[in-house]
Ligand binder design. Structure first.
Ligand code: FEO
Length: 400
């Protein structure tokens, strides 16, 4: 296993995890991910972050190719979640660093995770910098982007931002740079990561973009996925984040549904025809065939959500409940909504869906549609009208 020199005396010493598929509910299928860690060789040799515990051996192997382990002087922990700090205890034991730097909140995380009372930990905060010889490291706390302890490190002499989770993507690959894959593939991975991890912290993203806006960044190195190594790539990701954080309405609708005997499925397609009638493209996603994190990725391109479920045990089907729970936690903004579903006897499901979407702050332009047993011409017409009404409300937002 080789370390990769990404700039003079700056080395990628992370690990590629082709097999991980679940990151607390976020499906990384089919890609896996990369845990990036970086070594800067200078008068003081500095290691930025580590990797998930099961990849400790990979990281130690790469690090040892670049530098004898005992010559690591400092470790900077930009974030203490265990996909980046899982190897920390082993690294500390082997390298015996002179100092370990993290944010004040990072100290608390570290104390919660590790038996670290005798570690040489030093808290840093925004505005502080550290000289390591021919270089300086400037620290910026990015609290709640996406944990309280999160921070980023900027090396002005190299015009390099080491950004931890922010700006990352779950891509597992033997290539290291964003310009080595297609922009479409990259954007999909960026949107998936943003909508499954970063979305609730969009206000913090806007604040961070302002705080970092004055920096001259030629290379942006996140802790997941590919590195942005030139101005074009850096502009691409900064612009993508600005757009994603804004959540400006997009003229496209997402229809999610689950169905027992195809009745609610028919209603979903009738709603799609209503959207089509008013010129709003849509994507229909069955929750039997689409994971909730892929639904969230699709939501990155959609300004409306229509949700359909039959009534099941006086509620909705479990896949729909799971998807809406996940979606609500990720706090999408500026959406239009609609609800529908079939039922046999009690019929609570569509009303619950309507209220669920409304509780996310969605504009609900018309009441929910429900139909008993199999939908006939009349109820499919109501679903068509539901699609039209949601499409028109969305179009008004997009054109307004
Ligand atoms: Fe990639 Fe918050 O850990």
């Amino acid at each position: 296993m080789q370390a990769v020199e990404i700039k003079k005396d700056i080395w990628w010493v992370g690990a590629v995890d082709y097999d991980t598929r679940d990151f607390h509910g976020y499906s990384q299928s089919p890609e896996g991910t990369t845990y990036n860690a970086y070594l800067v060789k200078d008068a003081k040799n500095v290691l930025f972050d580590t990797v998930s515990a099961s990849f400790t051996g990979h990281m130690l192997c790469r690090l040892a190719k670049a530098l004898p382990l005992e010559q690591v002087d400092y470790i900077v922990c930009n974030h203490l979640e265990l996909d980046h700090a899982g190897a920390l205890a082993e690294l500390v034991a082997r390298c015996k660093p002179e100092k370990i730097f993290c944010s004040q909140m990072g100290v608390k995380s570290m104390q919660g995770h590790f038996d670290c009372a005798d570690w040489p930990v030093q808290a840093v905060k925004t505005g502080e910098s550290l000289n390591i010889g021919s270089r300086n490291i400037q620290f910026f706390e990015t609290r709640m982007l996406h944990w309280p302890d999160s921070m980023v490190s900027y090396l002005p002499e190299d015009k390099l931002l080491i950004s931890n989770d922010a700006f990352g993507q779950n891509i597992a690959s033997s290539v290291r740079y964003a310009d080595e894959v297609s922009e479409e593939f990259l954007l999909n991975a960026v949107e998936a990561y943003y909508y499954n991890i970063v979305l609730p912290f969009s206000p913090q993203v806007i604040g961070a973009l302002q705080a970092l806006g004055g920096l001259d960044i030629e290379m942006l190195a996140p802790d997941h996925g590919l590195i942005y190594r030139d101005k074009r790539s850096v502009d691409f990701i900064l612009n993508a984040y600005a757009r994603l954080a804004e959540q400006k309405p997009q003229r496209r609708a997402l229809i999610i549904y689950d169905s027992m005997w195809h009745s609610t499925e028919k209603m979903a397609y009738a709603a799609a025809s209503g959207l089509e009638a008013v010129g709003v493209p849509s994507r229909v996603m069955s929750l039997k065939r689409n994971h909730h994190s892929h639904v969230m990725t699709e939501l990155a391109r959609c300004g409306a959500v229509l949700a359909g479920s039959p009534t099941h045990n006086n509620g909705v089907l479990p896949a729909m409940a799971a998807t809406l729970t996940y979606m609500k936690g990720l706090r999408p903004k500026n959406r239009v909504g609609g609800a529908f579903g079939s039922y046999g006897w009690s019929g609570e499901g569509p009303k619950m869906l309507h209220e669920w979407l409304e509780s996310m702050g969605m504009e609900m332009p018309v009441p929910f549609v429900k139909t008993q047993w199999t939908p006939g011409h009349e109820s499919l017409g109501q679903c068509h009208e539901l699609g039209k009404a949601v499409g028109q409300a969305l179009a008004a937002r997009c054109d307004g």
